[in-house]
Every structure is written in C-alpha cells, then in structure tokens.
Design a protein around this ligand. Structure first.
Ligand code: X2X
Length: 333
C-alpha cells in the first residue's frame, strides 16, 4: 500500500514539474562531459565560461560540468554525444578519429615541431578541414580547439632514451588506430585503454608506461604511479568541444552565440594556462621524485620512417588531407 501511494505521489509531482518551470530554472540545460580533473585548466576555464554564459543569458542557459569521466569513458561518451545522452563533450581529435578518420591528422608522430605551428594550423586551414569532416558525421564542434599538449612518455621502469628502449615496452595508449600504429612501429606492446582506467592500469602494473602532456601528469596525479618522464614531444594533441547536433539546433541563435563566444574565449585562456604549466611542471614533479630526460626526437622519427609509418598514414588520410598537414607544419614528413 505504501509503495502504491508513493508511486501515485511521484506521478503527480512529475505531472506538475513538466507543466510549470520554477522561476529560477534554466530554459536549456546542457551536460558537458570530459575526462579531466577539476584542477586541469580545461575545467577551470570551462567553469568560468559556464558562469559567464549563465549570466549573459539571464539564467536561460545552464551547463553542468561532469569532469573526470564521471559520466563514462571517452569511447562511451562519444556515443552519448552522438545520441544526445550528453549535449557537450570534449575529445582528443585522435580518439575522435575512431568516428571521423581524418580528425587525427594533428597527431601524426613528430609532425608539429612547436606551438608556433599548432595554433595557426588549428585556427586555420587544418582546423577548418577537420571541423568539416566532423560535421559530415553528424556532430558539431566549436571553432576553437583547446590544448591538451605535446605528449611525453612516462614509465615506472626506466627512461626512454632511444627507440630501442621502446621495444617490447608495455605502454597504455588512448583508443585510436594512430596511437596503436605508432607504438607498434616502435616495436612496443601498446594497450588501448581509456583515460578513465589509466591510473589503475599503471598502478596495478597492467602496463609499465603511458604518454601524456605535462599538465595531465600533475593534475591527474600520474606521478604517484610513474617514475620517469622522457620528453619526446612525439605528438601534439588537443580537445575539440563536440556538440550534439539536435541539442545545438534547438538553442535559439542568441544562446548559440553566447555559448560559442564564451567557450571560444575560454579556449584561448586555457591554451595560455597549459603553456604556463609546461614551464613549471617539470620542477614540481622533480620535487616529487620523478626523473626527466630529453631524448633526440630525430632518432624516433627515423625509426617511424623506416617502418613506413608516414607512407602508410599518408595513404590512409589521402593526398589532399596530407597536403593540408604538410603545409601547416611547413615541411614534408
Ligand atoms: O586519454 C588521454 O591520454 C588524454 C587525456 O590525453 C586524452 O584525452 C587523449
């Protein structure tokens, strides 16, 4: 009897709540899912953007941030943002390539020498090309890509000094054919594992190493489970802010403009924050006992070349896309 009464009450409550919106509730509410800790510049700047959006929209637009893969790992969330389970989700272009193959162009090993080439490319022709590819698959993305960073290899076993040290190395890589292919070319044993499970995989010794930018080594506390950082700078990675198309199209144009404006502005600030961390994290992590070394990237690139890595990927991306990449980096691979 109690149960039945309870159900009846709930039914009534629901009927009322869908008919009347409390005066302080937003007209549109988005979930923004991502894989980073609240302390990562992505979430610090997203939080600020969300507050500005709330204010400028007069409370009509609310965005709730779900950090640290709380709603699910990246490969699940990619499905969710397609189906509308979440409205917004930030994802590495390289993982996105499981849906949009040519999205991973920016991650080709040793393609980008420095940030001097990254931002003009991603804010320019390369970024525009990739956004077009993303749209062809039914998703949308905001114009400005956020920074993840140049990726470095870490290990619990020892420093990576030459490509030989990567042979047989059990390394966690994100779920994406480009990563698997690159570490296979080095003769490593790559394991595709979502970021949500990476800390545990390192802690339990399922893998001996992983690769991520410096900012993540500190904010995700990977220093607790890794000892060596080898500054290979082997690829540049970012985060596209993906949007569910239906959810975006249901926003009135003024709200679309407000959301895009504040997220794109936040991206610029977030890029500067990550640059700032790049300059300070090494000293911080050395203080925690991590050992850094800086191997010669040319040796690693030579190894990829001799394994036909570039030739194979050029064939997969196609000549047009490859030409956009080579133009952006100002050299041929
Ligand atoms: O999964 C990773 O390693 C991360 C956090 O860098 C990405 O999102 C690609």
């Amino acid at each position: 009897r109690t149960l039945l009464l309870g159900a009846a009450t709930t039914g009534l409550a629901t009927t009322f709540s869908i008919r009347t919106r409390p005066a302080n509730a937003a007209e549109f509410t988005y979930k923004f899912a991502n894989n980073q800790a609240l302390t990562h510049p992505m979430n610090i700047r997203a939080k600020e953007a969300v507050a500005k959006i709330q204010e400028e929209s007069g409370g009509r637009m609310a965005i709730n941030i779900f950090p640290s893969s709380q709603l699910g790992a990246d490969t699940d969330m990619l499905n969710q943002v397609r189906s509308g389970g979440v409205e917004m989700f930030s994802l590495s272009p390289i993982i996105l390539s499981t849906l949009v193959p040519n999205a991973s162009l920016n991650g080709v090993g040793f393609a980008f020498p420095s940030y001097d080439q990254v931002w003009p490319a991603m804010d320019g022709e390369l970024g525009k090309y990739v956004r077009g590819e993303i749209e062809k698959k039914g998703l949308l993305t905001l114009e400005k890509i956020w920074d993840n960073g140049f990726r470095q290899i870490t290990s619990s076993k020892g420093p990576i000094e030459t490509p030989k040290d990567l042979e047989g190395f059990k390394i966690r890589v994100p779920v994406s054919p480009l990563w698997t292919s690159m570490f296979t070319a080095f003769g490593s044993a790559p394991a595709s594992i979502n970021f949500a499970e990476t800390y545990t995989a390192l802690q339990t010794g399922i893998v001996d190493g992983q690769e991520n930018p410096l900012a993540i080594l500190t904010t995700a506390k990977l220093y607790e489970v890794q000892k060596y950082v080898s500054m290979t700078n082997h690829m540049w990675d970012g985060f596209w802010i993906l949007l569910n198309r239906r959810a975006w199209q249901s926003l009135p144009e003024d709200l679309q403009d407000i959301v895009a404006k504040h997220f794109n502005a936040a991206a610029e600030l977030q890029r500067k924050d990550v640059m700032g961390l790049n300059a300070t994290v090494q000293a911080e992590l050395e203080g925690k006992g991590m050992k850094f070394n800086k191997p010669d990237g040319a040796l690693f690139q030579e190894k990829l070349r001799s394994a036909n890595f570039y030739k194979d990927w050029k064939a997969k991306y196609g000549d047009e896309a490859w030409a956009i990449l080579e133009k952006a980096i100002g050299k041929s691979l």
